[in-house]
Design a protein around this ligand. Sequence first.
Ligand code: 5RP
Length: 227
Amino acid sequence: MEEFKRAVAREALRFVEDDMIVGLGTGSTTAYFIEALGKLIMEGELEDVYGVPTSYQARLLAIESGVPVLGLDQVDAIDIAVDGADEVDPHLNLIKGRGAALTMEKIIEYRAGTFLVLVDESKLVERLGQKMPVPIEVIPSAWRAIAEEIEVFNATAELRMASKKDGPVITDNGNFILDARFHRIEDPLDLEIELNNIPGVVENGIFADIADVVLVGTEEGVKRLER
Ligand code: 5RP
């Protein structure tokens, strides 16, 4: 799997040109991309390229790798955003947020001229929710009320607990994460909108109709899927 991730990250570099502002995603696959991008910048192969990180993880790695970073409020536009995903359906709808960075990811990826997704083939599913829950970032004091609201959608929601800290995961924005398992997601776009209508929900991890290109690492090489 690591070799597939490296292969898609290398392929993603072909999409980056001089003078571009690049949204930097979060997770282990994008980490390979950020490191490789930094190498090209440091070697002078790419000029005037800046990264806009979607998380502290991406920001720290970009700085360490030699990618100059800017905040979202310092750029007029984002040319391309590159990020991983937890699930990809045949229409290129995604579930994201295993790394709890879904809110900044969605803000940056929604604004990008091109949103490029990097996955290995284990992430391809027939229907969203088949393997992974939908992460939902919520205002901390509202978590129980929102978990109850989510049951109306024939789903169960669990508060995500931290592993190297006592208590719940706290996002980069200071919020909690609920992981929601739905019986069956029929219409991802509809569910994405409905979940965001619940007061106290900051953002959810369904990314419907937003990915432009998905690069998939497989045994046979990198496959390119387009909407
Ligand atoms: C973080 C994410 C990640 O992009 C997603 O979980 C994929 O990560 P990885 O490349 O490590 O499998 O959404 O919030």
